[in-house]
Design a protein around this ligand. Structure first.
Ligand code: NAI
Ligand code: MG
Length: 484
């Protein structure tokens, strides 16, 4: 730090009322898992146990799917669409009313800075419910065919990087379209999903429309393989996404898969450099870099590379790493010991393959899981740190000489989820955007999300889109195919 210190500004833990244990949310009630198994969820910033949650196996999944099927057939698919919309509005409003409580629970369970859960995760989750509430009674006019129908019972599996927000991305469109769901949160971050189950009760949502089953990959696989599921919606690793695609290949189940990324953030020499540096920092250090669309490959035009790097290092020295509950914190804890191990493993190949590592001076807490903001220079395209998703606060810096070379390097990846373009010239931005093979392209900004805007990738970044009208299409049948 440069001599300028902030006083501590901790958010209060007392705002969250976390129970010592939770059951599974099936048929509108919390029930014990059939075999009585459970597991702990911890706070990754200090390794303290927060709560004990139920471990669902095949038997519990079967109960949850039956409850979702019964709610689908008897209640939800029969309800006038306008009435469905009212429930979604109610959920959205309750999320807003309880936003502070949700932000605290999210930060404790995940390790992300309270500033991010308070200002990004929770408001966006509520926005997703508001947006989709509006669609519920307008589906006939969405250009998705006349009288599109819900697909039925949807199995939804979400990751740990944006727990409540990913739940909202999954549940809001599914319910708006008339489906019922069984959702499995990630094993390290189950708490906001369980709090959301209480919101469903508070909103008077009919029993069985939303079921929440906690567990790990085995629980997830049991959901994928259940014979009475019509569709799987998954966000997570490309590896598990491929396994899911294999599992359902011989069935009538449909799927949307939201997988990994290795986004290029392209800085042209005519860009506003100070703004670009802010965008680079936001692109890779937001949410500790646990972001599928993170700008993890910086591609900077050679003639401005020194200036960008110098300003970037200066800016990185101001990043405050530490207690996620402190409102001044920029970079929180890594979500789990496993993820920290993965970040170390991939980043260490950067050293071994000859790239140059740099991190600002920063003191990491002694307990919990931490990784300093890090950049690698001298990276070439063949290096593993330029190809594999690290999913941590680690940026690989590469350069290019001509715009055409920049585009070619940007597209040289097995992924295609997002990209960033920094330039003062609108024509150059449009030219670049047209050639970049990525589902989302930000210009002179990064990591901007809106429920009305579809999100998804090319190549190994997944199948389908989430958000907007395009996302709704994945939850309806008898759609008209989009013309390209
Ligand atoms: P993961 O893909 O194993 O976990 C994501 C979710 O899938 C969790 O709820 C998990 O319980 C579930 N799951 C695991 N195995 C499953 C199976 N066979 N069938 C059904 N569900 C299953 O991801 P993990 O291990 O937590 O992270 C590994 C890497 O994946 C990260 O380093 C990152 O590169 C990537 N990742 C990408 C995410 C994204 O937003 N696209 C989110 C999380 C991880
Ligand atoms: Mg946790």
């Amino acid at each position: 730090m440069s001599g300028f210190e902030y006083a501590n500004a901790p958010e209060s833990k007392a705002i969250a009322d976390i129970a010592t244990s939770y059951g599974l949310f099936i048929g509108g009630k919390f029930v014990e898992p059939k075999k009585g198994k459970s597991f702990n969820t911890i706070n990754p910033a200090n390794e303290e146990i927060l709560s004990k949650v139920g471990y669902a196996d095949k038997l519990d999944i079967d109960l949850a799917v039956k409850s979702a099927r019964s709610a689908f057939t008897k209640v939800w698919s029969k309800m006038p669409a306008k009435e469905r919309g009212k429930y979604l509005y109610r959920i959205a409003r309750i999320l807003q009313e309880r936003a502070r409580e949700f932000a605290v629970v999210e930060t404790l369970d995940n390790g992300k800075p309270i500033r991010e859960s308070r200002d990004t995760d929770i408001p966006l989750a509520a926005a997703h419910f508001f947006y989709h509430a509006g669609w519920a009674d307008k589906l006939d006019y969405a250009g998705l065919g006349s009288k599109p129908k819900p697909v039925g019972v949807v199995g939804q599996i979400i990751p740990w990087n944006f727990p409540l927000l990913m739940l909202a991305w999954k549940i809001a469109p599914a319910l708006a379209a008339g489906n019922t769901v069984v959702l499995k949160p990630a094993e390290t971050t189950p708490l906001t999903a369980l709090l959301f189950a209480q919101v469903c009760q508070q909103a008077g949502l009919p029993d069985g429309v939303v079921n929440i089953v906690t567990g790990d990959g085995i629980t997830g696989a049991a959901l994928v393989n259940h014979s009475d599921i019509n569709k799987i919606a998954f966000t997570g690793s490309t590896e598990v996404g491929k396994a899911i695609a294999r599992s359902i290949s011989n069935t009538k189940k449909s799927a949307t898969l939201e997988l990994g990324g290795k986004a290029a953030n392209l800085v042209f020499d005519d860009a506003a450099i100070d703004e670009a540096v802010e965008g680079i920092v936001n692109g890779i250090f937001f949410n500790q870099g646990h972001v599928c669309c993170a700008g993890s490959r910086l591609l900077v035009q050679e003639n401005v590379a020194d200036e960008v790097l110098e300003k970037l290092q200066k800016r990185m020295s101001l990043i405050r790493v530490g207690d996620p509950m402190d409102k001044n914190t920029d970079l929180g804890a890594i979500n789990s010991a496993e993820q920290l191990k993965r970040i170390h493993e991939i980043s260490n190949t950067g050293d071994a393959e000859g790239a140059n590592r740099w991190s600002p001076d920063c003191k990491l807490p002694s307990k919990g899981f931490w990784y300093p903001p890090t950049i690698f220079t001298g990276v070439s395209q063949s290096h593993r740190i330029a190809r594999d998703e690290i999913f941590g606060p680690v940026l690989s810096v590469l350069s290019f000489r001509t715009p055409a070379e920049g585009i070619e390097k940007a597209n040289n990846t097995m992924y295609g989820l997002s990209a960033g373009v920094w330039s003062d010239k609108g024509s150059k931005i449009l030219w670049a955007a047209k050639q970049l093979k990525a589902g989302v392209i930000w210009s002179n900004t990064f990591n901007k999300f809106d429920p009305a805007s579809p999100f998804g990738g090319y190549k190994e970044s997944g199948w389908g889109r989430e958000g907007g009208r395009h996302g709704l299409a994945g939850y309806l049948t008898s759609q008209v195919k989009e013309s390209k």
